[in-house]
Design a binder for this molecule. Structure first.
Ligand SMILES: Nc1nc2c(ncn2[C@@H]2O[C@H](COP(=O)(O)OP(=O)(O)OP(=O)(O)O)[C@@H](O)[C@H]2O)c(=O)[nH]1
Ligand SMILES: [Mg+2]
Length: 391
């Protein structure tokens, strides 16, 4: 599957840049020689932030400043309402650049990415998707990043209200919305920058085999059940979560399947990879709430037996009895088994439900706080009313 990736705001641009990097990796003649992106764009109100990543081309058609007249290139400072206003005035620059990009005709869809809790990306992504959907027939997917727990504290925190309003808007227009929960992957002992980089890297790597599998042309790397763009499009709908689990087959793994222990070892490696993939899902969910599931098993040719596939299928059917399950294999990679799991069309996501409830409460508390503040300011004016002023 080949996508156009668009990052909005700092977080969105960083993740889009990581997608650009894995595409370079996939394309390399020393690697798979497969393209999984047709182009990538970075959009921000903050001009300085557009210089902060490495891979997306530096020209003005790929790194686009919006709202320069309103913000003088300095961003909207967490006000996603302002981000939304700006995109309404400037979305044509984005849609035009995307539609005019050289390989747009080859793309299977668009992936728009932003954090929910910032200002620019959170405000811009929803409207941009709406406008893209009006111009193109291809699916438009979104990835929205949920905040770290510490960002959610306090009545005046924008993290919750911004994320909730962003999600509500994006969910109305996008064909599917991947959630990536920063809090779920936070590593307390790491620096903030390293946390972000690691989270971005792992999220993007989830898509690597999945997008490559359908673009593979060399017969030796074609699976017995290929997962292609059609399967992915059929699977993706509504709120979605993606995860990947990898088990390194021990170096002493014998490549002969004849010994009964090898069969058992491989089975438990596949089960282990599934377990890891479930634990690594980009947002925590209960699989029973998924209505669509896609699984891709990637390992060297001959490693994955029918038995192992059946075991994964049975386990998933037990865990997600109401889901349509699509499964495929991809004979790639070295001495490891990698399992990619997509849970889509989610009927319930506790994290989102909580964000919505907290946001409703916060809006009420913030309105009350504003009223009280206005009253206090009025009182102060009253107290100083009889003093002479110097103008
Ligand atoms: N996973 C991840 N999260 C990030 C990254 N950069 C920022 N965030 C998170 O995104 C939120 C802040 O959003 P930004 O993307 O910086 O905001 P913006 O869209 O640029 O909006 P403004 O700067 O307010 O105009 C916070 O919750 C951060 O924790 C990143 O590279 N990766
Ligand atoms: Mg910013």
């Amino acid at each position: 599957m080949k996508l156009v990736v668009i990052g909005f705001g700092q977080c969105g641009c960083n993740i889009a840049d990581e997608f650009y990097a894995i595409n370079n990796h996939a394309k390399s003649i020393f690697n798979r020689k497969i393209e999984i992106l047709t182009d990538a764009f970075a959009i921000n109100t903050d001009e300085a932030d557009l210089g902060g990543f490495r891979h997306i081309p530096k020209d003005r058609h790929h790194r686009i400043v919006i709202g320069g007249v309103r913000t003088f290139g300095h961003g909207v400072g967490k006000m996603n309402v302002d981000g939304a206003k700006i995109i309404k005035e400037s979305y044509t620059v984005i849609t035009d650049n995307i539609l005019e990009s050289r390989k747009f005709h080859e793309t299977d869809g668009v992936l728009a990415i932003a954090s929910g809790s910032g200002g620019t990306g959170s405000g811009a992504i929803g409207w941009a998707i709406k406008k893209l959907k009006e111009r193109i027939e291809k699916p438009v997917y979104a990835a929205v990043v949920l905040p770290f727990g510490y960002e959610e504290n306090g009545v005046t925190s924008y993290a919750i209200t911004n994320t909730a309003t962003c999600l509500k808007t994006v969910n109305q227009y996008a064909d599917a919305v991947f959630l990536l929960d920063n809090e779920r992957f936070a590593r307390r002992g790491y620096s903030f920058a390293r946390n972000l980089h690691q989270i971005n890297l792992e999220f993007v790597n989830n898509f690597y085999d999945l997008f490559c599998a359908g673009e593979e042309r060399r017969p030796q790397y074609l699976g017995s059940k290929v997962i292609d763009a059609g399967d992915i499009k059929q699977t993706l709908e509504g709120i979605s979560s993606i995860g990947r689990g990898q088990i390194d087959l021990a170096t002493f793994y014998r490549w002969s399947k004849e010994h009964f222990r090898e069969e058992a070892r491989e089975s438990s490696a596949v089960a282990g990879a599934l377990d890891k993939a479930m634990n690594n899902l980009s947002v925590s969910i209960d699989l029973k709430d998924a209505r669509k599931i896609l699984v891709l098993l990637t390992a060297q040719k001959g490693v994955i037996t029918l038995n192992a596939l059946e075991e994964v299928a049975t386990l998933l059917q037990e865990r997600a009895p109401r889901a349509v399950i699509r499964m495929g294999d991809y004979p790639r990679r070295g001495k490891e088994i990698s399992l990619t799991l997509v849970a889509s069309s989610l009927a319930k996501v506790v994290r989102v439900e909580n964000l919505y409830l907290q946001a409703k409460d916060l809006f009420k508390q913030q309105a009350k706080l504003n009223r009280e503040t206005q009253e206090q300011i009025q009182q102060l004016h009253q107290t100083g009313k009889e003093l002479p002023s110097l103008d």
